[in-house]
Structure formats: structure tokens, C-alpha cells
Design a protein around this ligand. Sequence first.
Ligand code: SF4
Length: 368
Amino acid sequence: MSFYYEYEKLKELPFDDIFQGITETDVKRVLQKQRMNTEDLLVLLSPAAENLLEEMAQKAHELTVQHFGRTILLFNPIYIADHCVNVCTYCSFSVTNQFERKKLSLEQIEIEAKALADQGLKHILVLTGESKTHTPVSYIAEAVKVLKKYFSSVAIEINPLDTEEYKLLADAGVDGLTVYQEVYNEEIYKSVHVKGPKRDYRYRMDTPERGCEAGIRQINVGALLGLDEWRREAYFAAMHAHYLQSKYLDAEISLSLPRIRPHLGDYQPKSIVEDRHLVQAITAFRLFLPRSGITLSTREPEYLRDNLIYLGVTKMSAGAKTEVGGYSQCETGTAQFQISDERSLVEIQKMIREKGYQPVLKDWELLV
Ligand code: SF4
């Protein structure tokens, strides 16, 4: 079984007709319910629900406080290499973009780790481009062992791997896996992933499931909003999270809905996702899956991040760098994308406290 079979059925839904047929009365009825089903998710993502965002936000806030308290877990990405063999039209690291590629040595990773750990952070997300030559699994495993000396939680966002490879990384100390489908629309997926192993849509879609089977504790899925019409993409991403949560009861499933940001290259988003649309997508997801985490990155602007804290977000990056060696300046890499919220970790912690929430730097530790 695979989410791909679910997707094959779901993609045949007449989305335009369904969304146009939903009324404000339908939305109000759904908002009275204690538990939302998959039909309700469509109602919450509909154009009619845009007029009831305030009510959705209130309910999303209550559910988030009920399940997570008033806490925001802080983490940061750490880029250790930017070599990539893929052509992805929306990313600076695409192999066709000309810049000097970097890869940190284990010694440089330690320098970078110290610089980040000195800020007090305990949760990190390790990123690379996709190049089995430059960043084989053996390199990632060695890097993770270095990073585990400084951080209680090490998650990865690297090229998709086989289950056995994930098991190897879990043994090295990896406890989280982030892998976005980028775009669930299979035709658009093929058109924006022009060349390289990432063109394999099905292999990527099954990646979170392989991570679950390898015993990785936290799995984060999502869609890069802007590549296709956002309501459908948010729906598929939420259904993917729902599928994983129902099947892998031991795993903690989270969702992210990043929006495309400026990068090297000239790709323009197909679909403009306005702030209110992102708010609707996040609150709809919270109402549909109240126990799942929602991650919000520094791609989003300050004012929006500040307000989304109330509506369902449970995890945020803070003071993030998106280039190799960005924290210690042990290397001078090229940013994967432009950050929008440039506040420091200290400033973000202050903002969270002022909102009556608790910033959490460490919520657990994997002992290996
Ligand atoms: S999105 Fe990932 S795979 Fe694609 S070019 Fe960027 S780093 Fe490489």
C-alpha cells in the first residue's frame, strides 16, 4: 500500500465543481463539529470558507492550545552541502545554476555546530542538495554523529533514500525526516523537475513512508505552495499527512506549507498564494488533524509568523541561514532561497514570550 494509490483516486475529484458548490452554511455546519472528516477538509479549504476565517482561526487556536499548550518549539536548518544533480526550476541549487558549490568537512561541520549550539538551540534540520557522489549516506551518517554531540534532536532534509539507508541514519542518531512532495500535481511535478533522479514522482511520494518503516520518529511532509493551485495542493498534503498518521501510529506526523521565495533563476510561481490563503490552509489543517505539528519557516514575513503562532503553528525556525557555513562563516555558500523573517533567535524568543507563549529549545532527546 502506498499513498500513491490514494492520490490516484483523489486526483479524479472534480475540485472546481466541489469548491464552487460549497456555501457559507456548509462551512458553519462543519465548524460546529468536534471531529472533521475528509469531506470537511474540502469545505474548510473552499472559497466560501474565506469569509469565515475568523471563526476558523478561533477554533484552530483552541485546538492547538488543547493539544500542544502555549509552546513553540524552535529549531534551525544547517546546510552542510549544496551540490545537486537535479534541475528543479524553483531552486538556487539546481545544477544549471552556476556558482561555486560547497561541502563542509567533518571539522567544518563541528565548527558550524558549535556556532549554532552556542545560541542555545537543541533541535536542528540538516540539509544538502541531492548528489550521491558528494553527499553519500556514509557522509551524512558521519555528519550526524558529529552533530549529535551538540544537539538533542537531529532531523534531515536530504535526497530520498531507501528504507535500509534510513535505518542506518536512524542508528547514527537521526530522529526526524522532512520530505516535501513539492507539488502533488504529477504533470506539474514533471515540468518543474526537469532532470535528475527527483523526476521520479512515485519514489518521492513513498519517501515519508520509507522513513516511517525505518522507525524515524518524526516525519514532516508538505507542498511548496505556488507550483499549482493552492487549495488542491493543501488538500493533497493534508491527506498525505492523514494517511501516514492513520497507518504509522508510532510516528509523529507534521505538515509544512512553505511558499516559493526568490532564488537564483527566473521561475515565477504559477499560482499566487496570498497571506489570507496561507492562513486558511494552516487553520484548515489544524481543524482536520488537531494532533499534528505544523512547521513555519523564515520564508514567511515577520507579521505573519507572529500572528500564525495563535492559529496552529507548533514549530518555527529562528535566525535561520540557508547557505552552507552560514552560522560560523567557515564557508561562504550561496543561499538556497531568500529569507523573509531575518530576526535573531533571541528576538524570536522575545516575541513568542510577549505573546504569552513559551519558546522551547529542547523538547526531547534521542539516546543512541
Ligand atoms: S530542490 Fe532539492 S533537489 Fe531540487 S535543485 Fe534544490 S536542492 Fe536540488
